[in-house]
Design a protein around this ligand. Sequence first.
Ligand code: FAD
Length: 498
Amino acid sequence: MRVKLAGFNIDADIVRRLDPDGGRHLTPETLSAAYARISRSPLAVDQLRKQACLDVEKSRRSNQRIIFEMGHHSVAEHAVFNFDIMGVSRLALEEIERFRLASYTEKSQRYVTLEGDLVLPREIRTPALKKAFVEAVQRQNRFYVKACERLGRRLKRQHAALLQGAAGQRLVEGWAKEDARYILSLATSGQVGMTVNARTLEHMFRCWRLSPREEVRRLAAKLHSLVMPVAPSLILFPEPTAFDREAFSASDEYFSSLPAAVPRARAGRPGAVSGAGPVTVSFSANGDDLILASRLSTVRRLNLAQALSLIQKTSPAQKKRMYREFFRQVQFFSAMPREFEMADITIQASISASCFAQLKRHRMATLLSGEYEPELGCTLPASIANSGLGEEFLRIIDATNGVYSRLRELQGAAAAYVLTNAHRRRILMKMNLREMYHFVRLRDDEHAQWDIRLLAHAVAARVRERMPLAAMMLCGKSRFNEEYERIYQAPPPGIDLK
Ligand SMILES: Cc1cc2nc3c(=O)[nH]c(=O)nc-3n(C[C@H](O)[C@H](O)[C@H](O)COP(=O)(O)OP(=O)(O)OC[C@H]3O[C@@H](n4cnc5c(N)ncnc54)[C@H](O)[C@@H]3O)c2cc1C
């Protein structure tokens, strides 16, 4: 066996310093070009790589041919880029982070104090609308500062013991910010570090260029101009096609003639709730059996229907024994095997922007979301209500909704910038049980933020009802030991951290 470290991503500033040409001839395209030739060339991979580096222009032509003419887009995945994306709105971050095959780390509103930085959407041009927008956001920000102080004081009184150390102090201040941020607008700026391969990046360009928001379209243009000098041969289809633009046009036109489920102008103040709204969950039929049957099908070479029929005839006691033995060695960080992907779970819920910001980070799922709608009400954190700030919070939400309606009529999609982290949207999310385990471990956990924890908790309870065997260890990591001991009357197996 011969293995070589063929490449790794390094800081572009270092690359520029090392190369007398300012990094112009240093490109990840040679890796794509070399790997693309593996399937047909008799040469060893490291030789192919050497050849690719000797003639960068030839490598570029080869990439274009292989991607464009032969349609092997996957070779573009061998080139990876890192982007520092700064000063973008929370609303834009939602569009930026919706891609599954990319990595993101975002500035969290839980851990930083916001200075009221905001992205003023360029779509809002008329002075009167600009003024209304800025005033609404400033009012929200003033409340944020007030709520941080009030909640901070209250929490410090309640958790005096924690304040002895710096870590405890940060924790308490974090709790205050975590809830105060519900009033911050989606125009609040943030930053993200993004790592992405060339294939996904090209897909991002096609999606972002169709964004209803100018900020996102501008970001696409900026990233495109940064990446093209470095890797011109890998981004070949950055423009949306007619299919991208129009696939849903006819159905959407028909749908717009149907009555809306949520009345557009419901009288009175939209409801304030303190967590995820009603959660609907649906499941694949017989998840417990399906998982065992898929295992049986592969180990005994049966077709799935035969395997399922055998499992259905197996006694409930035997199935329970199999699952108990299966989970006996489980750790809180164990990944469930792929058989668990056979059972699907679909969630529908109305959740706050704050909850959505966290939910969207779970990439191994299908997540569809509607627009934020004031008619869906807002999420009022219990701590705000308990600090006597609930009425003021709701008055600001009312005022925000007023500005939103004006903007919506005149500026369309840009109106959503003025809405807050408390505003809600409807989501539809499909996950398999393998991912559900991962999601619930992280999010129905004592370290998780309460809003997404409520959602994860509600969903986990429903999943355990419907898949009582396969989901017997479905719980947050902070409850893992307790659950294990309840089932096995013994602590979970220890871990050897050598
Ligand atoms: C308490 C808490 C605080 C957090 N704070 C922050 C924060 O301050 N800033 C921030 O940006 N995020 C924060 N997060 C989000 C966190 O970093 C994850 O993005 C989020 O929890 C989703 O987890 P995941 O990536 O494991 O899940 P998924 O995206 O659902 O992925 C599931 C699993 O698939 C695998 N996987 C998915 N994609 C890849 C990939 N590209 N490469 C390799 N393996 C992959 C991994 O095994 C992963 O665990 C926080 C999360 C929690 C629970």
